[in-house]
Design a protein around this ligand. Sequence first.
Ligand SMILES: [Zn+2]
Length: 346
Amino acid sequence: MPATALPELAALERLIESAPSELGVRTACTVRAPGHGQGDDQRLPVHVLTLGNPDPAVPAVGFFGGVHGLERIGTHVLLSFMDSLLARLRWDGMLHKQLESMRLVFMPLVNPGGMLAATRCNPAGVDLMRNAPVDAIQHAPFMVGGQRFSARLPWYRGAAGGAMEAESTALCRVVEEELLSRRFSVALDCHSGFGLRDRIWFPYAHTPVPIRHLPEIHALKSLFDTTYPNHDYLFEPQSRQYLAHGDLWDHLYKGALARGNGVFLPLTLEMGSWRWVKKNPSQLFSRLGIFNPLPAHRLQRVLRSHLVWLDFLSRVGCAWQEWLPDGAARSRHHEQALTHWYPDAR
Ligand SMILES: [Zn+2]
C-alpha cells in the first residue's frame, strides 16, 4: 500500500524506522482492507512494539489503541507517548534504569482496516470490543451492548460460536504472552466517544459484580490521587455506565484469574469527546468529529494532557511491589472501594 493511505500507520512506521535498536518490533497479524476497485485489496500490518527487559520475572505495562477505527485520538495519544519515550532513550539514564526492571508493550493501532475505512468496526463489520466470548449476565442496552443481527449494523459481535476476528485474537495473544505470564501487569486501552470527562474504566463490563482485584485498583487510584492531586480523571467500573457483551478486557481478565499466577489490572482510558463537541459544535456534522478533537490546538492539548497518566502507569507498573496492598491495607482498600463504587451492594 502507499505509505500515506492511512496517516496513523504511516506515522507509526516512520517512528519504527527512526527508533533506536532497543525498540522491538513485530507484526501480530495482517488484515485485509478492501480497496476502491476490484483487486485493490490491501494488507495492513498490526504492529507490536516492545521496550525493556523481556524476562518474565519483571512486571509489564501494555498500551493499546485504535481498537475502534473511528477513535483515532487513542492511536495519536500512544504515538505521542512513544515519541517522547524514544526521544528520552537517547539521553535519559533514569529511563534506561527503569527499563532494566520492566517491560513496556505497545499495540497502538489494533484495527488499521477500520481506521482506513473510518468505521468503528473492522473490515468484516465486527466491533472488536464486542467480539470476545463473554455474555452480559443481565440486560445489556439494546444494540450498543453488542448485537448478533447483522454485520451491517453497528456493535456487531460476530457469529455466535464463531472464532474471534484476527485483530481480537492478535490482541489477546499479545496480552497472554507479554502480560499474563508475569506476576504483575497493567494494560491501558485508549478509546474516545463517551461523556464530557476523561474516564478510567476497569472491569467488569458484562456484570455489575466487583472484580477480585478491586482493592488493587483502588490502591492504584489512591496512589495517582496523592501523586497528582489536580488530575481530572474519573475512575469507575465500566458497568456503572452500561453493560456490554463480548468485552475483550473482561475476557482477558477472566483468563488471568483462571491462570491464578499473578495480578493483571486492565484499564481503559475513555476520553470525554463530548467536551470537544461542546466547544466546537460543528464537529457534530463530521463522523470523525464526534470521536476526535479537530482543531490543532485542542489536539495538542489532549496529546500532552495524557502523558502524565501514561508515564505514571509505566512507573507504577515498575514499582508494583512498593504499593500493592496486602493484609490489613488490602482490606481497607476493599472497604473504601466498595463504599466508593458499589454503595448499593453494601
Ligand atoms: Zn472505543
